[in-house]
Ligand binder design. Structure first.
Ligand SMILES: [Zn+2]
Length: 257
């Protein structure tokens, strides 16, 4: 293999790993946000249950006041009974009392219904509080896990950055520029192996002469079609023999990807 190739291939491996880890790091905020969704939902649900409970409690208090007013009314009618002179007045007053009692019973029925509603919302609030506690716990666990991932990614990326810098020292500026330009242009690999006479970057069949030159490794060779730098993926430094010259596609069932 050409002496320039090995550090460049190692640099590419480092760069790929750095990209991969940076990608993972970029996705952390989205993961955190997704983990927060059930928590927000639980909060909203609990808030709604609390509001509904407040509304039904207020309604119950209002009806209880109505009941007091109605009870006072009945008492007032009763107190007046003794003062009444005629039978007609007495009958009329009894009718009033009966009507007032009926209104009182209606209010009492309403209060009973409201008490059931209050109980229902109290149960919902209790369930909501339990759910909130559970989702809060799950969210905190996930957050902690993501924090740990974040820290280890930061550490690993810093280390890889150091290796990357060290690796670049051994590569000529011209070659580095060529590598960077290719990497930026192709959005993936700048160096690719030749497999079965095919450039694994663009998957096109290379001229046999070029394949032979890549195998020999005297100078860096580029793919005639995609311009990626080519290397021979065999034993490093292996010399081209007559057997290797003849392209035997069946020999390597390996599919290039
Ligand atoms: Zn190519």
């Amino acid at each position: 293999m050409n002496a320039d190739l090995e550090p460049l291939i190692e640099l590419q491996t480092l760069d790929l790993r750095i990209n991969e880890l940076s990608d993972q790091q970029r996705k952390i905020p989205a993961h955190l946000e997704a983990a927060e969704v059930p928590l927000r939902e639980a909060k909203t649900k609990l808030d709604q249950a609390k509001k509904s409970l407040d509304v039904s409690l207020k309604e119950r208090r209002d009806r209880e006041r109505d009941l007091e007013v109605q009870e006072a009314q009945v008492e007032k009618f009763r107190a007046r009974l003794a003062e009444l002179k005629t039978n007609k007045e007495y009958q009329a007053a009894l009718f009033e009392i009966e009507m007032a009692n009926k209104r009182k019973r209606d209010i009492e029925d309403g209060i009973l219904t409201l008490m059931e509603t209050v109980e229902k919302w109290q149960a919902q609030v209790k369930d909501g509080e339990r759910l909130l506690q559970e989702t809060e716990g799950a969210f905190q666990a996930k957050k902690q896990e993501l924090d740990v991932t974040q820290t280890s990614l930061t550490t690993e990326l810093a280390q890889l950055g150091e290796h990357q810098k060290a690796k670049m020292v051994g590569i000529s500026k011209g070659l580095l520029d060529r590598y960077r330009k290719l990497k930026a242009g192709k959005k993936d690999l700048a160096l690719v192996p030749v497999r079965n006479g095919i450039c694994s970057g663009c998957r096109l069949q290379l001229p046999p002469q070029l394949v032979a030159e890549v195998k020999r490794g005297d100078a860096l060779q580029s793919c005639s079609y995609c311009q990626r730098i080519l290397f021979y993926e065999g034993d490093p430094g292996a010399q081209t023999g007559p057997a290797a010259e003849s392209p035997s596609l069946a020999a390597t069932g390996k599919s290039s990807d």
